[in-house]
Design a protein around this ligand. Sequence first.
Ligand SMILES: Nc1nc2c(ncn2[C@@H]2O[C@H](COP(=O)(O)OP(=O)(O)OP(=O)(O)O)[C@@H](O)[C@H]2O)c(=O)[nH]1
Length: 334
Amino acid sequence: MPTQTTTPIYILSGFLGSGKTTFLQQFVTHWQAQGLVPAVIMNEIGDVNLDGLLVQNQVPMTEMLSGCICCSIRGDLSMEIAGLIQREAPDVIIIEATGIANPMEILDGVTEAALYIKIDLKGVITVVDSAHLLELYREQKGKTFRLMQEQIRAASCLILNKTDRIGDEEQKELTDVISRWNAYAPLLPAVRCEVEIPHILESLGDKNGLAAALREASRERESDGHTGHHHGHNASEHHTHHDHVMVYTHYLKGPLDSGAFEKFIANLPREVYRAKGVLTFSDTASRFLFQYAFREPDFLRINPQGEVPDVVVFIGEHFSKSAIEQGMRALEEG
Ligand SMILES: Nc1nc2c(ncn2[C@@H]2O[C@H](COP(=O)(O)OP(=O)(O)OP(=O)(O)O)[C@@H](O)[C@H]2O)c(=O)[nH]1
């Protein structure tokens, strides 16, 4: 019976666009290759789940949209976990948090579920965008920098992703920096999150990493002076809140010219640090899944099943939604 067995849970953390979905695809395949059924809980701050398009249809998936599981909809997380276990009896659950989630708060949500359902939290896998972290490390400031730091500190295992975007010297520098922030978690350099999954599982099996995360969580709780919820008035000193993160969702009226769209994306303000969407271009036959992460655009040919509208979601800080809207309108009008 599903309620008798213990379901292992993995939390996938990492800033917006770092490569969580890229890793998730490999992680899911890994379990399936062993004849196991993985289930996924996907959390997006926008109101459309585009990452879901990248995960195979037969994978049971729960979507938690329009909020971040570490805050506004955290209370729902334990119920989603319990519901998924009862409905699908998966062999393993993977939670992909929004890129702006604070993993400590997700740990709290998962621990809450453990009160009434048998789960085994295996650990937090944090994916780091090398190029993005390097730039913010050089600047040494900003909420995004602090959030990345927290995601790294909470990790039981770290993937230093996108090493193709930095040099060897820079990789060495980052490795030193990250090891200072989290000395317990093994750090695996990767391109497109290609890592030895057994290696990751092995490192999570010894519980050292998770112990570090839990130690960090309880340390923060003590310094907050209260347990559980971190939304008290003094919590902000210890936790990066992200009320400043903005999302603009633009549903398209029709196909766009690909060249004009690429030009528009190349000129996006720096404050927009992540965008994704599904588009039809007037000058190409196929539809595309569009990605933009730390100033790098990417287009993947797709043929989505069912009704998927043409839409682009822009995520960032303090950017002008109306300027983006006007730009998109101009593209629609040609
Ligand atoms: N250059 C480079 N790009 C990568 C690498 N890994 C992933 N990407 C690209 O980075 C973009 C974001 O990858 P995702 O896996 O969607 O990132 P994510 O963390 O799931 O993003 P959110 O769900 O928005 O937080 C995509 O365009 C990927 O193709 C890498 O190692 N190098």
